[in-house]
Every structure is written in structure tokens, then in C-alpha cells.
Ligand binder design. Structure first.
Ligand code: CTP
Length: 443
């Protein structure tokens, strides 16, 4: 019996895939199809799959051409599979010519002519793209527009910057928010936090989807109102905390919750940056304060692990300019029934930007800058048990965030990695900070 193996993503299964499978099958008597896992695809830079692994498996199965389906999960697996399944022929499309010649040490390698004129990328690009308008000033627009280029379903078409900054080529600039809304399906808002509520509300009123930097509003009532409004209108409202979309972050939260380090008793997260060179007496009107710039990211792991039902909260704040609500440093201490947590946010002080999750059996350590990490360690009393975890991270998570936003819109279902409860809890903390409730001021 001649065994043949082939591999692919097989997203949005199309005619080219079926022709490839038919010819692969005809090369022998038994066809094994390896389908890439979502994680493995991410490491190959494929972040746009529309179909989940299970959907892709089901689609290949339905063709009736595969005798066996396996999942491809890691670099180098092909050699393992060829040996394990006693494969005689490895085959893929001619777009890979030369690339897999090294497998000829293990079996025969055949490149089949690729079917012209069709590919998953093409099918995805043919779908209607989400036209996104950017709202705010500063370099975030450049970063966002650059990352959006990697996402098949999204297109940045406009920028509404109140100070008329001309930062992006190939994009219409306007200072009129209404005009931007009229020409887009969705907006990404990164203007100053005090402007978020009005900007989101207006976008939702006009039937536009919204991705907005955290905090989404200044009061808990406002943020609940916005989420209710989005739901009623069938629109997506997403909190843009890029860290939530980093695979390493997502996995370390799951690991902490799985009991691997025992019961979690403490979470400490610090996010600081002196980049803005803030100094007393400056005009702060264009700057985010430390609380809003870094607080949401620093609070994210705390709420993700302990939930939002804390018993006590205290702010320790050093102001640069109290009247302008500009803090140089804020540390927020939370007390929960089962543990304690602290979030440090600073634009006028520097600390090691690490995340430490302490459990009764061990701890998770994420080195600085933990909010854009591709790596973490799980450490125990006996160092022999320590483990290191590495994941792919492209574009600091922004790329994955845009992909999740576009996918949410096309599926009509919010697949945000920042839950509404977390998003609202962040706003409640910001609201308490603005009211200077439970605040100990550092002189
Ligand atoms: N294939 C083919 N003809 C096409 C498209 C794909 O023969 N028009 C083959 C590929 O060469 C590969 C297999 O089908 O052997 C699975 O390819 P995959 O990468 O999943 O499909 P693409 O459509 O090329 O996907 P993408 O556009 O995302 O790269």
C-alpha cells in the first residue's frame, strides 16, 4: 500500500484545495492530510484564518478524499509524521517548490502544480473589508495603520485628528468626526480618555462598530450605557488593550487559573515609561495621565485572575499637577477575599515592568516589559520543576486585536479578549481615581 501525506491550512476550503487533494490521493492508496493548528499558523504569520481548526478539519473530512486527518502543531513535525505513519510520498502544491526537498531523505517528494487563480488569501480579501476610521492624534495611528495591513478583513480608510496632524499616506484626513463616520464602518478611538464617551456614543448612534483604547469612559454608568447601546443596535464595542491579545498573556492566565501554581494569593503588575518626559509646569492637555495610560494594562491580569469583586481598593498617588489630574505615579492596591493585588502605573517614575503571580505552590514570572511579552516562566521551590513558555507575538498584539475586531464584526458576535465586566471594572477604578476616593497622596 502506498501512503501519501500532504499538509495545509485549508481555510475556507476552495476548488484549489480539492484539486490538490484529489491529485494527492491519486498518487497512492492511502491519503493522510495534516491540517495546521491555529497556534502553529500564528508562528508562520498566518493570523487571518476565518475557519477554526475544527471547521477546517470538518471541511477536509467532508471531501471524502482523506483517509486520515492529523493536526500539524510544530516546526519539524513532518519528519516525525513521515516516520510514524510509514509514509511513501510527501506532496504539496508547487508554491512550495524546493522548500521541502530535505524530506527526500525520508520519502519521495512530489510538488503538484498549483491551481491558478484561487487561494484562501484571495477568497478572504474578496469578502467585504471593514473600513476603519482612526480618531485621535499621535503615533498610535501610524502603528495601527501599519498593523492593519497584516489583517485581510480590515482597511484603514480615514483619520480624524483634532489637530489636523498629517501622519498617514493613502488615508483621507479630516477634522470633522461626522465626515469620518459617514465614510467608515467602524472606528478605532485613541483620543484622550475624557473624549471617549462622546466619541463612542456618536459612532454607535450612527451604526458604526467601535474599538477604543481603555478606559472607554470616565464613569461606570457611562460605560454600561455604551455596552447596552452597542448590544441593542447589534454593534461591536471592544476595549483595545493589546496585551489581552498576546498569546503568552492569554496562556499564562489560563495556566494560573488551572491550579498549576496552587491557589493564587497575589498578583503584582507594573507598567511604567518615562518616554513623555513629563515635568511640573508643562502643558498637560495633550498627555494622558499615568492612571489612564498604564492603569488599564496593569489592572488587566488582576481582574482576569481575581475577578472584579474586590473588597477594598486604595490608591497611592504622587501628582505632578493635581489640578490637571496628572499623576507621576499611582499604585493601586486591591484586597480580595482570597488574595491581594497591586497595579503600578507611572509616567513620572520608573520600576521594573514585570508581572508576578504568586500561588501557594509556585509563581509565574513575566519579565519586563510584561505587557508585550512572548515569554514567561513558571517557577517552583525546586528549580528542576521550573518551566519556560515561548509564544509568537507579532505587532505587540495590535495585529491580533484588529483581526479579532474584524472577525467579531463579520461574525456579528463579540470575541473581545477583554470582557465587558473587566472593561467596566477598569472604568470604575478610573472613576474612583478622578474622585480621589480612598487615595493616599504622596508628597
Ligand atoms: N493549493 C493549490 N492550489 C491553490 C491553493 C492551494 O494547489 N490554488 C495547495 C497548496 O499548494 C497546499 C494546499 O493546497 O499544498 C493547502 O494550501 P493552503 O496554504 O491551505 O491554501 P492557500 O489557498 O494557498 O492559502 P493562503 O492563501 O492562506 O496561503
Amino acid at each position: 500500500m502506498t501512503k501519501v501525506i500532504t499538509y495545509g491550512t485549508f481555510d475556507m476550503l476552495h476548488y484549489g484545495h480539492i484539486r490538490l487533494l484529489e491529485r494527492a490521493k491519486a498518487l497512492g492508496d492511502y491519503l493522510i492530510v495534516g491540517i495546521t493548528s491555529d497556534d502553529y499558523d500564528k508562528t508562520r504569520g498566518k493570523i487571518n484564518n476565518q475557519d477554526s481548526l475544527m471547521q477546517r478539519v470538518a471541511a477536509v473530512k467532508e471531501t471524502g478524499l482523506a483517509d486520515e486527518i492529523i493536526v500539524e502543531e510544530y516546526e519539524g513535525q513532518k519528519i516525525d509524521d513521515i516516520k510514524k505513519y510509514n509514509v511513501d510520498i510527501f506532496t504539496v502544491g508547487s508554491d512550495w517548490i524546493g522548500y521541502f526537498d530535505y524530506l527526500s531523505d525520508y520519502c519521495k517528494v512530489v510538488y503538484l502544480p498549483r491551481t491558478e487563480g484561487v487561494s484562501s488569501s484571495f477568497v478572504r480579501a474578496e469578502q467585504r473589508k471593514l473600513r476603519i476610521g482612526l480618531v485621535g492624534s499621535g503615533m498610535l495611528s501610524v502603528k495601527f495603520a501599519k498593523e492593519a495591513k497584516f489583517v485581510n478583513g480590515a482597511d484603514v480608510v480615514g483619520l480624524c485628528s483634532p489637530d489636523g496632524q498629517l501622519l498617514l499616506e493613502d488615508v483621507d484626513h479630516t477634522q470633522d468626526y461626522n465626515e469620518l463616520l459617514d465614510n467608515t464602518d467602524a472606528v478605532y478611538i485613541f483620543s484622550k480618555p475624557e473624549e471617549h464617551y462622546k466619541a463612542i456614543k456618536k459612532a454607535l448612534e450612527k451604526g458604526k462598530h467601535v474599538l477604543c483604547e481603555s478606559p472607554l469612559a470616565y464613569t461606570a454608568d457611562e460605560v454600561s450605557e455604551l455596552y447596552a447601546m452597542a448590544e441593542e443596535k447589534g454593534l461591536i464595542l471592544m476595549d483595545a488593550i493589546k496585551t489581552a491579545y498576546s498569546t503568552a498573556y492569554e496562556r499564562l492566565i489560563l495556566l494560573a487559573k488551572s491550579g498549576k501554581i496552587g491557589q493564587v494569593v497575589s498578583v503584582t503588575a507594573a507598567c511604567t515609561s518615562l518616554k513623555d518626559n513629563l515635568a511640573p509646569g508643562m502643558d498637560f492637555s495633550r498627555h494622558w495621565n499615568s492612571m489612564c495610560a498604564w492603569g488599564p494594562s496593569a489592572m488587566l491580569p488582576i481582574f482576569d485572575i481575581f475577578g472584579t469583586d474586590y473588597k477594598q481598593l486604595t490608591y497611592y498617588t504622587k501628582f505632578l499637577d493635581k489640578a490637571a489630574n496628572m499623576d507621576a505615579f499611582t499604585k493601586i492596591n486591591f484586597v480580595y477575599a482570597s488574595g491581594v493585588a497591586s497595579a503600578t502605573a507611572a509616567k513620572g517614575a520608573k520600576a521594573e515592568g514585570e508581572l508576578i503571580i504568586t500561588g501557594t505552590k509556585g509563581y509565574i514570572y513575566v519579565p519586563a516589559p510584561w505587557w508585550k511579552t512572548d515569554y514567561f516562566e513558571v517557577r517552583f521551590e525546586n528549580p528542576e520543576n521550573n518551566r519556560r513558555f515561548f509564544y509568537q507575538l507579532d505587532g505587540e498584539g495590535i495585529r491580533y486585536e484588529i483581526a479579532a475586531f474584524a472577525k467579531s464584526v463579520s461574525a456579528g458576535k463579540n470575541i473581545s479578549y477583554v470582557s465587558q465586566a473587566v472593561s467596566e471594572a477598569i472604568v470604575r477604578v478610573v472613576e474612583g481615581f478622578n474622585a480621589k476616593r480612598n487615595m493616599i497622596e504622596l508628597m
